[in-house]
Ligand binder design. Structure first.
Ligand SMILES: Cc1ncc(COP(=O)(O)O)c(C=O)c1O
Length: 369
């Protein structure tokens, strides 16, 4: 039996019928931009993330760009970013005219290393930093990141593209963030039917600014406070997300269960990463660190042969990308990110994965151990 890395077609009973009815109604109303669907989504997202404000936008990359701009980042400013992350985080800095400094990660939790971060702040005096919550959890030193940034006047933008449903000390990870972002890309834990994103904050003035920057910098229809972007959330995406909202606990619980099953079965045979203390993961990704790239090649060749999907998130750090060199201001730390990229393997994990599929993956991995 083959098992996909991800399957987006595991819809709840009745979901597609409800969706067809919503599309028909919205098409009749021509309610394509803003309106009640987006308002509903923003209010649901703010409630789930325990923040005062959630502002919808075009995608998770725009959310980062808008958040950095709202955090006061201007051309020439230095912004810190982990070396192990998705390329959008690097792009968002460069697209704001700012200068990225990559910071190496900590091998224990795969997130930006706190001690290196402090050293980078001392040395480069950044205007802002992007703390990326990767793999379905966050850094074990989140409170220290927040406190140190505040003390040193560094705007801390938390990229929560992968963190929907992650709990930190029993609360939403987004709750205490200065500014945080979300991606609703279809493959995310809370996925749309296309591109969509959101920016979260507890500050009303910042929220106003974010809403304006994502809508051409408007103050009135034809008056502008900022040079912004056109990054309004599409109402159809909001409507899809609203239909999924009531199913999120079931989706999260299914993902968390699979993540735990893998760990229980494979720990000891493989180095299975787990969230740091104080976290409840969302089951976004399974992460195994293998001994070497050669060992990974052997395992992935067998998985391919058996029709079992896998991911390598990510194959290379930011600082070595062809597109990075021209903009890279500095690189702080060693090569932990590069080593992780050689060793990481992600097994299939998605909501409503069946037991027989999970067992098939586990049996295959045990046979290869
Ligand atoms: C960590 C991270 N940041 C940013 C993004 C960008 O989000 P989007 O694809 O919605 O632009 C993603 C998702 O792809 C991501 O995983």
């Amino acid at each position: 039996m083959s098992v996909p890395f991800i399957d987006l077609q595991r819809f709840e009973d009745g979901f597609l019928d409800d969706w067809s009815a919503v599309v028909a109604e919205m098409s009749r109303n021509t309610a394509f931009m803003g309106g009640p669907a987006v308002q509903q989504l923003e209010s649901n997202v703010a409630a789930a993330c325990q923040t005062q404000h959630a502002i919808g936008c075009g995608n998770g990359t725009d959310a980062l760009q808008i958040a950095l701009r709202a955090a006061g980042v201007e051309a020439g400013d230095v912004v810190l970013v982990p070396d192990l992350t998705f390329w959008a985080t690097y792009e968002a800095i460069v697209n704001n005219g700012a200068k990225p400094v990559t910071v190496d990660v900590n091998r224990a939790d795969l997130q930006m290393d706190f001690d290196l971060f402090c050293a980078a702040v001392e040395k480069y005096k950044p205007k802002a930093a992007l703390l990326v919550h990767l793999y379905g959890w966050g850094t074990g030193r989140l409170q220290e990141f927040r406190a140190f940034s505040q003390k040193n006047n560094v705007a801390l933008v938390e990229d929560g593209a992968q963190a929907w449903g992650v709990q930190y000390k029993g609360q939403s990870i987004y709750k205490e963030a200065q500014i945080a972002t979300i991606s609703f890309y279809p493959a995310k834990v809370y996925g749309a039917a296309g591109d969509a994103g959101a920016v979260l904050t507890n500050d009303s003035e910042t929220a106003k600014q974010i809403r304006s920057i994502g809508n051409h910098g408007r103050s009135e229809h034809y008056s502008y406070d900022y040079v912004g972007w056109n990054s309004r959330m599409d109402s159809l995406q909001a409507a899809w997300l609203n239909l999924g909202y009531g199913h999120l606990e079931a989706r999260l619980s299914s993902r968390r269960q699979v993540a735990a099953l893998y760990r229980a079965a494979l720990q000891g045979k493989y180095e299975c990463l787990a969230p740091p203390t104080d976290y409840t993961e969302n089951g976004y990704l399974n992460c195994i660190l293998l001994e070497s790239a050669a060992r990974r090649d052997t395992i992935t060749a067998s998985l391919k042969e058996k029709g079992i999907g896998f991911g390598i998130v990510y194959p290379e750090p930011m600082s070595v990308q062809n597109g990075a060199g021209k903009y890279l201001h500095a690189k702080v730390g060693g090569d932990t990110a590069a080593a992780v990229c050689q060793q990481i393997l992600n097994l299939p994990l998605f909501a409503y994965m069946r037991d027989d599929e999970v067992n098939q993956v586990i049996e295959t991995m045990l046979a290869l151990a």
